[in-house]
Design a protein around this ligand. Structure first.
Ligand SMILES: [Zn+2]
Length: 492
């Protein structure tokens, strides 16, 4: 089954296959590590995770490179404000980023490339651009890309840039369409700024050159797919194309994937609007990492997602249904044999699920048949019509679902515990939801001990104590389930 993915460059759905017949070579713009990641950032990383997981599910090998921008305007500004060098400023945000990826179950790319570890490659690329007449040095020692040297500029974002003024320059990393003009490749050192002594002078790279140099370093002059948030399409990706193709004269990336950004409560997310959330903010409010993951991937990547707390609650409930069903079907005992109707239902669910994802990663349509199958299966179990072979077929479908969605197995305790530990360190305990703190105040071992005590109390017919323990645990958000093989518990 071949994925058909919208290609910003061609403006249509194109099949996405490894051009070398071996591995799909893809590059995705990573974080700029000047702060904690917000849910808009993570929506993009999660949708790229959906892409790579689906490719792997269909048997495609993936070679995924992601950069970490650990030098740029904002980092330099923040580090200067904190009065420390950038090499001391960025590490905690790099660590935090990887912790957040893990919390959200985002797979690590095969290759992580840090900008500050690839300065010589960037310098080399600027030298090649200069040799090709596409880069020039200004009096202060900075280097700029000459837009006039690349007539195809604008082909990705389809912007009409005909009114551009030749030779006008912009030196900030991020800018609007109106300032489409010669952009900085290399910024001459300013007093007090981190700088590298190189053959093209003392300075630091611009943001755009980082991605061109590192993508080509690990994936070659031409590769299969470049992904990123839609806000990067212009100028960042347009500049990446110009920088790369001006020296290679080959298509940089054949396929471009852009993830739309999200709204929060119907508005653009912004700190001043009070609707700005990092992953950590949400964990401290008591939302589970799995629910945040599901909420951020359930709307297909090209649709605008309106992120709301109702949406998070819906995701929490959906995961509950999945986990409850998964537990029911794995722990129940089913007679040998099979029910042809259920076998057909499982096959249909699998086919619809795969077809939806193959159609431009339609995660919303992919979810629906799975929940239909759960409903049908629950009814069959209630009626004693589900057999061992049906269980196996259904579990296979759930495994394929979780190969991409990855929310069924409950790994939520650890990210929450870590977020609270972080809040404690950062002096932000006041932001932790009170019910979360009391819930976390019981360790797994303490809960196990109380559960054993309750079982013994019941055996001794001390029902008052047994009920007391149950209520005590319920107060802390621990739910007990009496099953045939003993008592199970889970955190609500
Ligand atoms: Zn980039």
């Amino acid at each position: 089954m071949t994925l058909r993915l919208f290609n910003t460059l061609s403006g249509q759905l194109d099949p996405l296959v490894p051009s070398d017949g071996q591995a799909l070579r893809m590059y995705a713009c990573g974080p700029t590590v000047y702060d904690y990641g917000h849910i808009g950032n993570f929506r993009t990383f999660l949708q790229v995770d959906v892409l790579r997981r689906f490719l792997k599910l269909t048997g495609v090998h993936v070679r995924h490179v992601m950069n970490i921008t650990d030098v740029d305007d904002k980092i330099i500004r923040n580090a200067a404000q904190a009065g420390i060098p950038i090499s001391e400023y960025t590490p905690r945000f790099v660590d935090a980023f990887f912790e957040d990826l893990e919390a959200l179950r985002i797979e690590r790319p095969e290759q992580i490339a840090r900008a500050t570890e690839h300065i010589p490659r960037m310098v080399e690329l600027i030298q090649r651009l200069a040799a090709a007449g596409a880069a020039y040095k200004t009096e202060d020692g900075s280097w700029y890309f000459r837009l006039a040297a690349f007539p195809e500029y604008g082909k990705l974002s389809k912007k009409d840039l005909s009114g551009m003024e030749d030779g006008a320059r912009v030196d900030v990393d991020e800018y609007e369409k109106d300032s489409a003009r010669d952009f900085a490749l290399w910024k001459a050192a300013k007093p007090g700024e981190t700088a590298w002594q190189t053959p093209i002078g003392l300075g630091r790279p611009g943001w755009h050159i980082e991605c061109s140099a590192m993508a080509m370093e690990y994936l070659g002059d031409s590769f299969d797919l470049h992904a990123g948030g839609e806000d990067l399409m212009f100028p960042h990706h347009e500049n990446e194309i110009a920088q790369s193709e001006s020296v290679t004269h080959k298509p940089f990336a054949r396929h471009w994937m852009h993830v739309r950004f999200l709204l929060v409560d119907g508005r653009k997310m912004s700190k001043s609007e009070g609707n700005f959330f990092t992953l950590r903010d949400l964990l401290l409010k008591g939302y589970k990492a799995s629910a945040i993951r599901l909420a951020l991937i359930s709307v297909p990547y090209r649709h605008q997602l309106n992120f709301t707390f109702d949406g998070l609650t819906e995701a929490t409930n959906a995961i509950e249904r999945l986990r409850t069903f998964h537990q029911r079907i794995t722990t129940g005992s089913y007679a040998a044999g099979s029910n042809p109707a259920l076998q057909a239902a499982a096959e249909k669910a699998k086919a619809e699920y795969m077809a939806a994802l193959a159609n431009d990663l339609n995660t919303a349509e992919a979810r629906a048949p799975i929940f239909d199958l759960i409903r049908t299966s629950n009814t069959a179990i209630d009626q004693g019509q589900l057999f061992a072979a049906d269980r196996d077929a259904i579990l296979t479908v759930l495994a394929d679902f979780d190969a991409v969605f990855d929310v069924i197995e409950d790994r939520d305790a650890e990210p929450t515990r870590r977020a609270i530990a972080w809040a404690e360190q950062a002096g932000r305990l006041a932001e932790v939801a009170p019910e979360l703190l009391s819930r976390q105040s019981l360790s797994d071992e303490a809960i196990d001990a109380l559960v054993v005590e309750r079982t013994l109390a019941k055996r001794q017919r001390n029902f008052a104590r047994a009920d007391q323990i149950r209520n005590e645990l319920a107060d802390k958000g621990i739910v007990l389930e009496d099953a045939k093989d003993g008592v199970r518990w889970k955190r609500k």
